[in-house]
Design a protein around this ligand. Structure first.
Ligand code: NAD
Length: 478
């Protein structure tokens, strides 16, 4: 049973919104309608803007120690409610329950990390050119912020924005995805129940275009943070330019994986199959373009297919399930289109290549071999359980091919040669690089893309810095 009551959070009140309009909430594993999502009307958005303006004036004056107390309590509540929120998350997003629980643990850890790091928003004292002057660079919260978050990490994407903004002393209005609202609400309740003052956090749902246009046009927010696709990133950046709001853009990726012939093949296969089918491939850092050295090409494909066949696909709530459905029915057609196009351009299907014949938006784990670089799926973010495998001969060649797209989020290298690892990590044009593994995002490490995968970072000191601005005070003794 789906248990979350989906409401907007405006000025500390949970509400169904002022005009009664709703969107249906669908469980992608069963195709059943499990709830209704209240949409924020214009007056609800204006109330949220005003509430965030007022809350910011007092929240920014609280001490970092006070904010630490509230954020720590929120982290404890996320951890205590982990099992219950994970069920909501799985029913909305489809990912396996264990994955959902892992995501919530990440949220608790990240909230604690930001709570601590908020105490270290140091400025600096700059030696002056005159002995009676003290020059101080102060760190201040940037102002009320706006956060737009994708559905693929319904808890993580939302929590990273809330925790960083609040730790820095900012108020925030969050617009989570309408596909995964209950998870965001459950996270919001943890912060409210931890004693957060009214208006410091507001949560709104509804059709994204008019909501983002209205919120971003306002002069109240001073910052926009988006986790979403590259086209939406470009759109929101254009909107933000009208009022010169600062942006953090966590956008799409198309991660190259380079496997050299000296890699430990068993380890490589185990790591890559686990990473590939996580959240059914709907991960911005999912390995997507597999460049395999010709010396291990056939062995890699055989091993990858064998392991992919064993992936248990089903409703994420069921015991033993490793991979759930895609988020919407539309995504199934997109996967089919990618496969047909790749085959027309010379690829062969080594596994899968079709939707599963059962209720729910399930697509088979799919392995495509000999995929041409011009295939659409090698150029557009697949965001599904598709692996495109192609051989390479030399390091120079593979660097050029790996760097050939406008995206630059994650890349991976598998090799037992330290020098190869060093050359590759220097050469790959991505914001994060994994050598011999794919775990590239922890609460304390900066995570973000370059080029058309966006800019700025979440997590790490950079994640807090994103919500701070610098003021220089020159103080002359008289
Ligand atoms: P999306 O860009 O369609 O939506 C993301 C957010 O933007 C949602 O909150 C949505 O409501 C809002 N939005 C959508 N259309 C909008 C519009 N016209 N105007 C204003 N706001 C709008 O992305 P998605 O399909 O929900 O998520 C998948 C994308 O997110 C993928 O490209 C993935 O790579 C990316 N992503 C990136 C990261 C990262 O950290 N770089 C993490 C997760 C997901």
């Amino acid at each position: 049973m789906y248990q979350e009551t989906i409401e907007l959070l405006i000025d500390g009140e949970w509400t169904r919104g002022s005009d009664g309009s709703t969107l249906p909430l669908i469980n992608p594993a069963t195709e059943e309608e499990i709830g209704s999502v209240p949409c924020a009307a214009r007056q609800d958005l204006d109330r949220a803007l005003d509430a965030s303006r007022l809350a910011f004036l007092s929240w920014k004056k609280t001490t970092a120690a006070f904010r630490w107390e509230i954020l720590s309590r929120a982290a404890d509540l996320i951890e205590a409610r982990k099992a219950q929120i994970a069920r909501t998350l799985t029913m909305e997003n489809g990912k396996a329950l264990a994955e959902a629980e892992g995501e919530l643990q990440f949220c608790a850890d990240a909230t604690r990390w930001y709570a601590e790091e908020g105490k270290r928003a140091y400025g600096r004292l700059i030696p002056a050119r005159s002995p009676d002057i003290r020059q101080i660079a102060l760190k201040e919260p940037v102002g009320p912020a706006l956060g737009f978050a994708a559905w693929n990490f319904p808890a993580g994407n939302v929590t990273l924005k809330i925790a960083a903004a609040l730790a820095a002393g900012c108020a925030i209005i969050v617009k989570p995805s309408d596909e995964t609202p209950g998870t965001a609400v459950a996270i919001g309740r943890c912060f409210q129940d931890a004693g957060l003052p009214a208006g410091a956090l507001n949560i709104v749902f509804g059709p994204p275009a008019p909501i983002s246009e209205h919120l971003i046009a306002s002069r109240i927010p001073k910052k926009v943070s988006l986790t979403g696709s590259t086209p939406v990133g470009k759109l929101l950046q254009r909107l933000a330019s009208e009022t010169l709001k600062r942006c953090t853009m966590e956008l799409g990726g198309h991660a190259p994986v380079v496997v050299f012939d000296d890699a430990d093949l068993d380890h490589t296969l185990a790591v890559l199959t686990a990473a590939k089918y996580r959240n059914a491939g709907q991960v911005c850092t999912s390995p997507t373009r597999f460049y395999i050295h010709e010396g291990v090409y056939e062995a890699f494909i055989a091993g990858f297919v064998e392991r992919s066949k064993k992936v248990v696909v089903g409703n994420g709530l069921d015991a033993g399930v490793q991979m759930g459905p895609l988020i919407t029915a539309k995504r199934l057609d997109i996967m089919d289109g990618f496969v047909q196009d790749a085959v027309a351009k010379g690829a062969s299907i080594a596994l899968g290549g079709e939707r599963l014949n059962k209720t729910g938006y399930f697509y088979a784990p799919t392995v495509l071999r000999d995929v041409d670089d011009t295939a659409r799926v090698m150029n557009e973010e697949p965001f599904g359980p598709l692996s495109q495998i192609t051989p390479f001969r030399s390091m120079e060649e593979v660097i050029e091919r790996a760097n050939s797209l406008p995206f630059g989020l994650a890349s991976y290298v598998f090799t037992s040669n330290g020098s190869t690892a060093a050359v590759m990590s220097d050469a790959l044009e991505t914001g994060v690089v994994g050598i011999n593994h794919t775990s590239v995002h922890e609460p304390e490490t900066p995570f973000g893309g370059i080029n058309e995968s966006g800019y700025g970072a979440e997590s790490g000191v950079e994640g807090l810095e994103a919500y701070l601005r610098t003021k220089m005070v020159s103080d002359r003794r008289i």
